[in-house]
Design a protein around this ligand. Structure first.
Ligand code: GLA
Length: 422
C-alpha cells in the first residue's frame, strides 16, 4: 500500500525532531540555542527603534510661540499640570516640548548643559515629572553649531546628545536649521535620526528646516516624523507679522495655508507635513479666526502643538483646542492630508478623506463679507444622487441628510466644518 501520512505520523515525526535536539548533550545544544537567539535579535535590529512612531500627527504644547526664551522648570511643570487639568490630555495632547534657550553651554566632555538658573534640578527630574502625569517630553536642538538664539547646537555632538536625551527620557526632538547653511539638509537629518536610534530610545524626530530644501521629498526616507513646510508662523490671520527684532516678516495663517497646496501626497502615518505650531489663544486673532486656524490645521493632518499659555486660557480658547470632533479629523487613522478642492477668490473648500469612506470638509471664507458656499458631492468624489449625513463639528449637531450638495452661510474669516457620511 502506498504510504500516506496520517496526522499521528506527522506529529510523531515532529516529536522525533525535537527529541533529536533534546537528546543532544547540553554542551552542544545550549550554544546552538544561544547562536540562534542572537541571530534573531540581530534580524530584529534591522527595524529601527523609532519605527511605528507618530502614526497620527503628534499633539502637544511647545514653549516658543508664547514664551520664546523665557523657559524654566516651573513653566514647563505648570504647562504639564495645565494640560491635564484643562482636559487637553483627555482630548489627545501628549507632548510637552521645550523649545530654544534651555541650554547654555557644553562641559569639558562636550555634554550639553542646561541653564542652571532656569533648570536648577537639571532636565531629568522635569522629564520624570512630565512622565508621571502620563505625558511625554520633547526637547529642542539645532543642526548647526549654534541654535537660532545663539545657544550651543548639535553639530559634531549628534551621538553624544542622542545618548544624553535618551538618558533623560526624552521622547521627541525638534531639530532646527539655523547656522547650518553649509550643511546638506538631507544628510544632516539622516545623521541625527541615526544618532537618536543608536541611543536605543524611540524618539520622534521633528525636522525644522523651514521648507527651503523641500523636506517633504526626503523627510520620510531619513526617518523624520514631521517636517516644517515653511518659515515661522506669526499670530495673524492675513496681516504682515514682524519678527521679534522688528524686521519683516513671519508668515500669517493664510500665507501658510497657501503654501500647503500640492504637498498633501507626502503626508501619511509616521510622516507629516508640519505647517508650524498653533497660535490659538495668543491674542493676535479673533476667536473666529482661531477656530478657522484650528479647523484648517486639523484638515491638513497637521501636528497640533498648542503655543499658548495653557495655565491661563479663556474658556473659548480651551473649547477650541479641545474640540474632540475636530481633533478626530486630524487624528483619523487613515492619515490622509486634506486638500483644497475648490477656490473662487476668497472662498475655498478643503476636504480630507476619512477612514471608512466619509470625509471632512471645511468651507472657508477668507474675505470681509458674509458669503454662501456650496460643497458639491463631485468635489469629494461622491455620486450626485448619493444621500449623505452632514454633521457640523463646531455646532456639534447633525444637520440632516443631503443629496448632491450642501450649502452654508460663512461669516468673514470663518469656516463651517462638517463631516459628510454617505
Ligand atoms: C526657529 C524655528 C522656531 C523656533 C525658533 C527658536 O525660528 O522655526 O519654531 O524654534 O527657531 O529659536
Amino acid at each position: 500500500m502506498p504510504h500516506s501520512m496520517s496526522v499521528g505520523e506527522g506529529s510523531s515525526c515532529q516529536k522525533s525532531k525535537l527529541s533529536w535536539v533534546v537528546g543532544m548533550r547540553p554542551q552542544i545544544w545550549v550554544p546552538m540555542v544561544v547562536v540562534l537567539s542572537l541571530s534573531s535579535a540581530m534580524f530584529a535590529q534591522n527595524e529601527p527603534v523609532s519605527a511605528g512612531l507618530a502614526l497620527t500627527p503628534p499633539m502637544g504644547f511647545n514653549t516658543w510661540n508664547k514664551f520664546e526664551c523665557s523657559v524654566s522648570d516651573e513653566l514647563l511643570r505648570g504647562m504639564a499640570d495645565a494640560m491635564v487639568k484643562s482636559g487637553m490630555k483627555d482630548a489627545g495632547y501628549q507632548y510637552i516640548v521645550i523649545d530654544d534657550c534651555w541650554q547654555v553651554s557644553r562641559d569639558a566632555k562636550g555634554n550639553i548643559v542646561a541653564d542652571p538658573q532656569r533648570f536648577p534640578f537639571g532636565i531629568k527630574p522635569l522629564v520624570d515629572y512630565v512622565h508621571s502625569l502620563g505625558l511625554k517630553f520633547g526637547i529642542y536642538s539645532d543642526a548647526g553649531s549654534k541654535t537660532c538664539q545663539g545657544r550651543p547646537g548639535g553639530f559634531g555632538h549628534e551621538f553624544q546628545d542622542g545618548l544624553q536625551y535618551a538618558a533623560w527620557g526624552v521622547d521627541y526632538l525638534k531639530y532646527d536649521w539655523c547656522n547650518a547653511e553649509n550643511q546638506d539638509a538631507r544628510a544632516t537629518y539622516a545623521l541625527i535620526r541615526k544618532a537618536l536610534d543608536a541611543s536605543g530610545r524611540p524618539i520622534v524626530l521633528s525636522v525644522c528646516e523651514g521648507g527651503k530644501a523641500k523636506p517633504w521629498l526626503w523627510g520620510k526616507e531619513v526617518g523624520g516624523n514631521l517636517w516644517r513646510t515653511t518659515n515661522d508662523i506669526g499670530d495673524k490671520w492675513n496681516d504682515k507679522v514682524k519678527w521679534p527684532d522688528g524686521s519683516c516678516c513671519a508668515l500669517n495663517v493664510m500665507d501658510i495655508l497657501d503654501a500647503q497646496v500640492g504637498l498633501e501626497s507626502y503626508a501619511g502615518p509616521g510622516h507629516w507635513n508640519d505647517p508650524d505650531m498653533l497660535e490659538v489663544g495668543n491674542g493676535g486673532m479673533t476667536a473666529t479666526e482661531y477656530r478657522s486656524h484650528f479647523s484648517l490645521w486639523a484638515t491638513l493632518a497637521a501636528p497640533l502643538m498648542a503655543g499658548n499659555d495653557l495655565r491661563n486660557m479663556t474658556l473659548e480658547t480651551r473649547d477650541i483646542l479641545t474640540n474632540k470632533e475636530v481633533i478626530a479629523v486630524d487624528q483619523d487613522p487613515l492619515g490622509r492630508e486634506g486638500r483644497r478642492v475648490w477656490k473662487n477668490g476668497d472662498l475655498e473648500i478643503w476636504v480630507k478623506q476619512l477612514q471608512g469612506g466619509s470625509c471632512a470638509a471645511v468651507l472657508l471664507n477668507r474675505g470681509a463679507s458674509e458669503r454662501n458656499i456650496t460643497l458639491k458631492w463631485e468635489q469629494i468624489g461622491y455620486a450626485k444622487h448619493l444621500p449623505a449625513r452632514v454633521r457640523d463639528l463646531w455646532a456639534h449637531k447633525g444637520l440632516g441628510s443631503f443629496t448632491g450638495e450642501f450649502s452654508a452661510t460663512v461669516t468673514p474669516h470663518a469656516v463651517v466644518m462638517v463631516t459628510v457620511r454617505p
